[in-house]
Design a protein around this ligand. Structure first.
Ligand code: PLP
Length: 456
């Protein structure tokens, strides 16, 4: 497994390949807290700085070309800068970038969004997935007159104060398996936001807790595929959640910021047939520009608006014409090319099966979870199913793996789920599988991985 000398040799090789990135990294650490504009962009020995990207590829400022498995954390489901999106961007930029007044792209985008999202009769648009969840939870409180939201341990719903609790199950303070603690995911979260949450375990005890708190719950939020660990939730569990929430007049919220327009055009709702009362989106539906969006029924909006204070939300850039032009072009492109979802599903299955069979046949403690174009590698012999199964991984082995991937020109997010898209060809997928297998071989056997020094 990983040893210090081997890891240091890999880090040195990466440093030698990326001197320009190294220079920027030195400056960044003095300018930005932790050197990063978003904590999730961490890499060792430091992040590569991106020069440009096209289709499935990304180039760093030292000229190294990688197969991109970050895809801007899931935004680029058809690859970087697809032609129909660029066309829409240029046409709209010529006409104006933001007006803070109504424009026709609002209608073009919303019609396509509602057409694709099974639970949506109406939509509201914001600038990020985090804001979309804020909006959804406010709407849920307004419509029910109740204060609390129940969320599941291990689910991420953005970085805002109401949601960044128990995003990971930390063995040191997570509490009992049937009643998880509500643990802050950052310093600075107000204690009062903890009081607005009921933390649910990803097991049958969740239903007891929902019943116990039914009188004060506005809604229950879940990622139908848990992004942290790439753990699909069983359809039967989602069905039961639908049943229990309906029985107690609690709203059900699916957070489809990652899964929306990715696992199917209609996201997890299309895959499972389970319809929530409200769903949140982001990433893909902006076509590459920042977006958040919610979809729900007309009835839900009407009830929220009828409250004494009325329901209101705002945002200078919400629904700006540039984002909605690229977003509408993306949604149209996906609708016209629906076959990409079957194709990505098949390619993802081959990738996961190939990797898992390789690890199993060699007795390696590694495996890959996920669905379709979403995947994550774990230092575990058995496939994890729920967030608490993710404990006890060999972090050093996972870090070393990541270094091998980058030395072989594949860029993955650090210790995070990874992505591919419709522009990744079968040859790209074959290369990913070759490198993933060779990299676990290298981590397990001390044999240096074959480096494919490809500078374009
Ligand atoms: C499920 C889920 N919800 C919400 C968010 C927050 O979205 P954003 O990063 O656009 O604020 C994310 C981000 O990855 C997410 O995965």
């Amino acid at each position: 497994m990983a040893n210090i000398e081997k890891t240091e040799a890999l880090l040195l090789e990466l440093t030698n390949r990326t001197p320009e990135s190294g220079k920027y990294w030195k400056e960044a650490k003095d300018l930005v807290p932790g050197g990063l504009m978003s904590g999730a962009r961490k890499m060792q020995p430091y992040p590569v700085y991106v020069d440009r990207a096209k289709g499935p590829h990304i180039w760093d400022i030292d000229g190294n070309r990688y197969i991109d498995c970050i895809c801007s954390f899931g935004v680029h489901v058809v690859g970087h800068s697809a032609e129909p999106i660029l066309k829409a961007l240029h046409e709209q930029a010529e006409k104006g970038m933001t007006f803070a007044a109504p424009h026709t792209q609002e209608i073009e985008f919303t019609k396509r969004f509602i057409d694709a999202v099974p639970c949506a009769e109406m939509a509201m648009v914001s600038n990020t997935g985090t804001e979309a969840v804020l909006l959804a939870w406010r709407l849920m409180r307004a419509a029910t007159g109740k204060q609390k939201i129940a969320k599941f341990e291990g689910c991420y719903h953005g970085w805002h104060d109401f949601a960044q609790w128990s995003v990971f199950a930390d063995p040191d303070n997570m509490g009992p398996a049937d009643r998880p603690n509500t643990v802050p995911g950052s310093a600075g979260l107000p204690e009062s936001t903890r009081d607005n949450l009921v933390m649910l375990p990803m097991n049958e005890s969740a239903f007891d807790l929902i019943e116990e708190h039914a009188h004060e719950l506005a809604g229950v939020a879940i990622e139908p595929i848990i992004g942290g660990g790439m753990l699909p939730v069983d359809k039967a569990f989602l069905e039961k959640l639908r049943e229990v929430t309906k029985k107690h007049n609690i709203l059900l919220h699916f957070d489809e910021v990652i899964t929306g327009f990715r696992v199917a055009l209609g996201g997890c709702q299309e895959l499972t047939g389970v319809l929530p009362d409200i769903a949140t989106y982001g990433k893909i539906c902006g076509g590459g520009l920042p977006i958040g969006a919610i979809g729900c029924s007309k009835e839900l909006v009407a009830i929220a608006q009828e409250t004494d204070d009325g329901f209101s939300a705002a945002g200078t850039f919400s629904g700006n014409p540039l984002t909605l032009a690229t977003g509408a072009a993306m949604l149209q492109h996906l609708k016209d090319n629906r076959h990409i979802y079957d194709d990505m599903m098949a390619k993802g299955n081959v990738l996961r099966d190939g990797f898992n069979e390789h690890c199993k046949s060699k007795g390696y403690p590694f495996c890959m979870t996920g669905i379709g174009s979403l995947f994550q590698i774990h230092a575990k012999a058995e496939l994890p199913k729920v967030p608490r199964d993710l404990h006890g991984q060999d972090e050093e082995a996972l870090s070393e793996l990541q270094l091998h991937f980058r030395l072989n020109n594949i860029l993955l997010p650090w210790m995070h789920l990874a992505f591919f898209g419709a522009s990744h060809t079968q040859a790209d997928l074959d290369e990913m599988l070759r490198v993933f297998k060779a990299s676990v071989d290298a981590v397990m056997s001390d044999v240096p991985v074959q480096c494919d020094t490809q500078v374009a």
